[in-house]
Design a protein around this ligand. Structure first.
Ligand code: NAP
Length: 174
């Protein structure tokens, strides 16, 4: 099953600190919501995330609405709300998405551990990367990707909360 990665990184590929995002960028959150929610008529998208990213979501925001939420964990009795799926690995998560009816696109949405598994997977076909033009004190990082991907498109620079950033789309080099 083909899938995309969605991530926001700083200049050092930092993505998180203390199981949270290092910045507050409502425009990026809006982009994330729209990208991962908009699906073909009669279908919905799936979002795959690591257990720690799931726990980092504010309780009132999870599960992410209108999307199949798949949480990856080695804990086979980890409790999730009804409608969410528990997967034991990335490939198990992709199989779940494939076997569910009416799934349009599948997105891996973090965190660092899951990105590390996903970035070299042969089914990865797109990387939606928000580049934040700053350096933050992060404790979680996205893997080095630049050599393996080609830039397909890039937005104008956005400016919000004193932070500059842009939306980029990459595809794996063949
Ligand atoms: N900037 C961004 O775009 C972005 C996006 C998402 C998250 N984040 C940040 O990333 C950080 C969280 O990343 P993280 O690396 O600590 O955690 P994570 O990848 O979200 O979750 C790690 C957990 O997921 C499970 N897991 C991951 N890969 C697995 C595999 N292949 N097989 C089985 N289980 C697997 C394990 O759960 P068990 O321990 O239960 O076995 C593991 O402890 C937070 O700071 C968050 O805010 C940033």
């Amino acid at each position: 099953m083909k899938f995309s990665i969605v991530v926001a990184v700083d200049r050092n590929l930092g993505i998180g600190k203390d199981n949270n995002l290092p910045w507050r960028l409502p425009g990026d959150m809006k982009f994330f919501k729209s990208l991962t929610s908009n699906s073909a008529e009669g279908k919905r998208n799936a979002v795959i995330m690591g257990r720690k990213t799931w726990e980092s979501l504010p309780p009132k925001s999870r599960p992410l609405p209108n999307r199949l939420n798949v949480v990856v964990s080695t804990q086979n009795s980890y409790e999730l709300p009804e409608g969410c799926k528990l997967a034991s690995s990335l490939s198990d998560a992709l199989k779940i998405c494939e076997s569910e009816l009416a799934i349009d696109q599948t997105f891996v949405i973090g965190g660092a551990e899951l990105y590390k598994n996903s970035i070299s997977d042969s089914s990865l076909d797109r990387l939606y990367l928000t580049e934040v033009y700053g350096s933050y004190d992060c404790d979680k990082f996205f893997p080095a990707y630049a050599d393996r991907f080609k830039l397909i498109s890039m937005s104008d620079t956005q400016f919000e909360n004193g932070i500059e950033y842009s939306f980029k789309i990459f595809e794996p080099k063949s």
